[in-house]
Design a protein around this ligand. Structure first.
Ligand code: HMG
Ligand code: MG
Length: 296
């Protein structure tokens, strides 16, 4: 049966903008975050503390994190100990580490093999859990890798097991390049739910092939009630060939509304947040619900 409530983790200010060529002004990002909060978002990835040489768009991470109107769970992405230190100094109350199941993708994204990344993150995560910091582990290329092809369910489970053993609070498991289908989504999330009953389990779909809503529905049926999405459907990882936007928050909320599943998100306010960011990104925002709103 379907859940009554679903939590949306808004990733627009981070995943949504990281691949954007125009350098978006810090003030615009802060207003976007503020309006997302007003729309009812309680968990949000605000920015990432990564190398500004790798991802120039995120070079204002410190200013974003120190000045933003924080939500209950204000998450910063951190690839390594240095990022963790900077994010905590800036006031992040939750951190997200990220590792790809596929070695080739992980190398291109964070310049280490998957095993090297887990090894380097191990003492970092253990220390964060001693300090009671909320830790989310983002697991990339959990279905397909743009360089290595199909990824096996057992490999995903094995990598997740390593993070769960370190005490992470949440797994956000990602279809990085939007290639999963609903049967694959149902199977992976069913296995994950059975394997890790005590962690928060979140699905992160990119909508490259317009299968994200179908995948979300399949994941709901597998018992998942947490989804990452991005206002305006912005997003994509700069180091994953062929990656495009995340599933759009407004389209997810609309689908859930029509299924009588509550998200606590007000669409009218969400559209105002999209109005704020739309003029600053280099392509028109053409998600189903945003277009309807614009034509009203
Ligand atoms: P590296 O070159 O191997 O790092 O990059 P290094 O440790 O050798 O350091 C090189 C330089 O970077 C040094 O500066 C460091 O101080 C600096 P220099 O001496 O040359 O001036 N540096 C940093 N600066 C700021 N913050 C830091 C930091 N760390 C080192 N944290 C590194 C390794 C991880 C830094 C690099 O590869 C990187 O920043 N990668 C980020 C990639 C990224 O942001 N990808 C997108 C996010 S993941 C994603 O989108 C997927 C997800 O959405 C799920 C899905 O859809 O799959 C989550
Ligand atoms: Mg992503």
């Amino acid at each position: 049966s379907l859940p009554k409530d679903v939590t949306i983790i808004e990733v627009g200010p981070r995943d949504g903008l990281q691949n954007e060529k125009n350098q978006v002004e810090t003030e615009v990002k802060l207003k976007f975050i503020q309006q997302l909060k007003e729309a009812g978002i309680t968990e949000m990835e605000l920015t990432s503390f990564v190398s500004p040489k790798w991802v120039p768009q995120m070079k204002d991470a410190k200013e974003i994190m120190t000045r933003a109107d924080l939500v209950e769970r204000s998450i910063a992405l951190t690839p390594n100990a240095k990022g963790v230190e900077l994010a905590l100094e800036a006031g992040a109350n939750s951190l997200a580490v990220f590792v790809g199941v596929s070695n080739t993708f992980n190398q291109k994204n964070i310049n280490r093999t998957t095993a090297e990344s887990v090894e380097a993150l191990t003492p970092v995560i253990l220390k964060l859990k001693e300090q009671n910091v909320f830790v989310r582990a983002c697991i990339s290329t959990a279905f397909y890798c743009p360089y290595e092809g199909k990824v096996e369910v057992d490999e995903v489970i094995e990598l997740c097991r390593q993070f769960v053993a370190l005490g992470v609070d949440e797994l956000s498991v990602a279809d990085t390049i939007g290639m999963a289908n609903p049967v694959e989504s149902y199977e992976l999330f069913t296995r994950l739910r059975q394997s890790f009953p005590s962690v928060l389990l979140t699905a992160h779909f990119h909508d490259t092939r317009k299968m994200a809503l179908a995948n979300i529905f399949a994941s709901l049926q597998a018992g998942i009630d947490r989804f990452d999405s991005s206002a305006g459907g912005l997003g994509g990882c700069p180091f994953a060939k062929g990656a495009t936007g995340n599933v759009a928050t407004e389209d997810v909320v609309n689908m859930l509304n029509s299924l009588k599943i509550d998200t606590g998100i007000h669409l009218d306010t969400l559209f105002l947040a999209i109005d704020t960011i739309a003029p600053h990104v280099s392509h028109p925002i053409e998600t189903g619900m945003y277009r309807l709103y614009q034509n009203e």
